[in-house]
Write a protein that binds this ligand. Structure first.
Ligand SMILES: O=P(O)(O)OC[C@H]1O[C@](O)(CO)[C@@H](O)[C@@H]1O
Length: 547
């Protein structure tokens, strides 16, 4: 047993889980008409109803003491203070400094980083204004209205998904096209419809070493030159965002065209840095700043709200409860808002690249589960696809439902239907439908006894399935900023309890290294193969098909 699993609160939670597994939320709601009110908290434009969870006051108290025993508050304060908490990369974790509106300094190695952060924000603001006003011109004097944003992972998901989500706030004069995959189809499709004279390429790569982004930018450069641009014109049409300034200049980026970021910003936490430039170009700097300020409000809430009122803490502890005491292996995100359809994919990287770890801080292998599989899609689409399993399957899938109460210019009928489905799904998951209720239903339909008997069993819904509902007045930039920061801090709290380093990602390296070795053999088709028989066979198949 490790320190965590032998801790008092862990033992208590293990016992409580056995008790709770014999109970049903239906009965708890019937017994306490104020249950919803009791388990609803709000902050930063987000209201969290977590009453449809397998929790009691005793369970919540034990979860909070688990957080205390794991020193979550101390670790949180250490992060905000710039402690080197990413110990395997010897880095501070300060994405919060990028949205620090407190006026207070943030020290890294004794240096206040805020002046640099603010200088970069000013550079972004000026740049966005110059493009939106048509002052930034291309080689032939045309304004730059088509933006190709090249990046992958955290240098793509944040910009793309936040921009999609804030569609009602789009600036009309520019269109941003995102390219991530090294599959040439992606960049070919994007470039095919563009005029190089009015196209700006934004290359985003924290490390400036990522194969896909380098290759896609080389392809964009070749397209630009083939279309008639010259080497001298490159500086008008290509800019970069990176923490690796040397590599960016070596690649041919003009120094002025490089927007810096810093190693204390993790890729999957970087949309608040210049990696967010495509967002600012899409919605304007003012709205982009509102996104940052929304996240700042959540940072303040996370640092100051008591545990029982603290949204990130509550979401995190509920997740630990199901993962470590109910064996849940995944968590589904269900935004009931078409523009938020990419949100599950955003949180997939945030959560799974952060807590998909098996080694605790003391370099021991954990004897408990850690990060869940994050998945999901927009509601109501999921209802006609995978909700069957969530309702009647054999695996427990805790769910987060999200809904804006108001959507500008939205048809009232459509919106009422959307909301009714969202609320109806959480109700069905909670209350289920008993065998007796199914039989009564079927009897009312006049079915014969034998059919009724068998069909009723298949129609029985166990219920007692946990869900959170997050309501927003509307999904404006500030609320979205707060929501993303909420999930960032949820991930932080869970990582702090599991004792894993949520800020490195060593597991992504081996596949890249081996991929490069394979690439060498695909390119040098005569080279001898010495991999395993399967990899050799696959390479030979590819060689033959491309001979
Ligand atoms: O911004 P970069 O350095 O190109 O990295 C892109 C992404 O690749 C990863 O390193 C994973 O391979 C992510 O952590 C990161 O967001």
């Amino acid at each position: 047993m490790t320190a965590l699993t032998s801790s008092t609160s862990w033992q208590q939670l293990t016992a409580l889980a056995e008790q709770v597994k014999t109970q049903h939320m239906r009965d708890w709601f019937a017994a306490d008409p104020k249950r919803a009110q009791k388990y609803t908290v709000a902050a930063c434009g987000i209201e969290l109803d977590y009453s449809k969870n397998l929790i009691t006051d005793e369970v919540l108290a034990a979860l909070q003491s688990l957080a205390n025993e794991s020193q979550v508050a101390e670790k949180r304060d250490g992060m905000f203070a710039g402690d080197i908490i990413n110990h395997t990369e010897k880095r501070a974790v300060l994405h919060t400094a990028l949205r620090n509106y407190s006026g207070k300094p943030v020290l890294v190695d004794g240096q206040d980083v805020m002046p640099e952060v603010q200088a970069c924000q000013q550079k972004i603001k000026d740049f966005v204004a110059s493009v939106h006003k048509g002052e930034r011109k291309g080689l032939s004097g045309k304004p730059l209205t088509q933006i190709v944003a090249i990046g992958i992972g955290g240098s793509f998901l944040g910009p793309k998904i936040m921009s999609e989500t804030l569609k009602p706030y789009w600036f009309k004069g520019v269109k941003v096209h995102y390219v991530a995959n090294v599959d040439g189809c992606h960049i070919q499709d994007v470039l095919a419809g563009l005029d190089h004279e009015e196209t700006l390429v934004v290359m985003s790569s924290k490390s400036f070493t990522t194969q896909e982004t380098l290759q896609n930018t080389l392809t964009a450069k070749a397209w630009f030159l083939k279309a008639g641009g010259t080497q001298q014109d490159i500086a008008k049409h290509f800019i970069a965002v990176s923490s690796n300034i040397k590599a960016a200049t070596d690649f041919g980026m003009a120094e002025d065209n490089i927007f810096p970021m810093w190693d204390w910003v993790g890729g999957r936490y970087s949309l608040w840095s210049a990696i967010g430039l495509p967002i600012a170009l899409t919605i304007g700097y003012e709205h982009y700043e509102a996104l940052l300020k929304g996240a700042y409000a959540m940072d303040e809430h996370f640092q100051t709200a008591p545990a029982e009122q603290n949204l990130p803490m509550i979401l995190a502890l509920l997740g630990v409860w199901y993962i470590n005491f109910f064996g849940a292996q995944s968590h589904v995100l269900l935004p009931y808002y078409h523009y938020m359809r990419g949100f599950p994919a955003y949180v997939q990287q945030l959560d799974m690249e952060s807590n998909g770890k098996r080694i605790a801080g003391d370099s021991t292998v954990t004897d408990y589960a850690t990060g869940p599989i994050i998945w999901g899609s927009e509601g109501t689409n999921g209802q006609h696809s995978f909700h069957q399993l969530i309702h009647q399957g054999t695996v427990l899938v805790p769910a987060d439902f999200m809904l804006p109460l108001n959507v500008p210019n939205q048809d009232k009928t459509h919106h009422a239907m959307l909301a009714s489905n969202c609320f109806g799904q959480t109700q069905a998951l909670m209350q289920g439908k008993t065998l007796a209720e199914c039989k009564a239903d079927l009897a009312a339909k006049g079915l014969d006894a034998a059919t009724l008997e068998s069909l009723a069993t298949h129609k029985t819904m166990p219920g007692n399935k946990p869900s959170n509902t997050l309501l927003f007045d509307q999904v404006d930039p500030a609320t979205l900023g707060a929501l993303v920061a909420l999930y960032e801090h949820k991930v932080f709290v869970q990582g702090a309890i599991w004792g894993v380093n949520s800020f490195d990602q060593w597991g992504v390296e081996l596949g890249k290294e081996l991929g490069n070795q394979v690439l060498d053999k695909l390119v040098n088709t005569q080279a001898e193969l010495s991999f395993d028989s399967s990899t050799n066979q696959l390479i030979n198949k590819f060689r033959q098909a491309n001979a």
